[in-house]
Design a protein around this ligand. Structure first.
Ligand code: HEM
Length: 131
């Protein structure tokens, strides 16, 4: 019975190709590093813009994956914490979308500013929600 449940769960995860929140965060970190390295080089903007788009998608996926710092709260506190978590992830996704557009439009100075704001969001998000 346990084996059946395990296999069912495993196959479901494989079928969905489910990236965990940690996976999504790793993607975000990786793509951000690539953008940071190339943001001074407008010749790489098409590639950097694609990276920023991936970051936006990863934040949106992560929005639907509340961490244990939310799910393990007493039931009465979960609603508010979840709302705050989703808001932060949505704000971060919106910033990543702004970054996508700035790079597409070759506004590298703006891209620098948005990058700095994203790094600030990382601090806030991790202070509040990273286990
Ligand atoms: C630029 C922004 C961000 C970067 C580069 C980033 C990067 C990372 C990295 C590298 C990890 C560790 C993943 C691992 O386990 O190997 C992580 C974990 C985590 N981050 Fe972020 N993060 C960012 C923004 C945010 C925001 C805005 C939030 C919350 C609203 C957030 C919440 C979390 C949580 C909850 C974890 C723990 C996930 C888990 O272990 O299940 N992060 N992040």
């Amino acid at each position: 019975m346990k084996t059946t449940l395990f296999l069912t769960t495993l196959f479901a995860a494989l079928a969905l190709n489910a990236a965990t929140l940690a996976d999504n965060m790793k993607t975000i970190a990786l793509e951000l590093r690539a953008i940071s390295q190339n943001v001074g080089n407008a010749a790489r903007n098409v590639e950097s813009s694609a990276s920023a788009e991936k970051i936006a998608q990863a934040f949106l996926a992560g929005k639907a994956q509340p961490p244990v710092t939310v799910t393990e709260l007493p039931a009465a506190e979960q609603g508010e914490a979840l709302k705050r978590y989703e808001q932060l992830m949505q704000d971060a996704a919106n910033l990543a979308k702004e970054l996508t557009v700035a790079l597409r439009e070759n506004r590298n100075q703006d891209a620098q500013t948005i990058l700095a704001r994203l790094m600030e969001m990382r601090k806030v998000g991790h202070t509040e929600f990273k286990p």
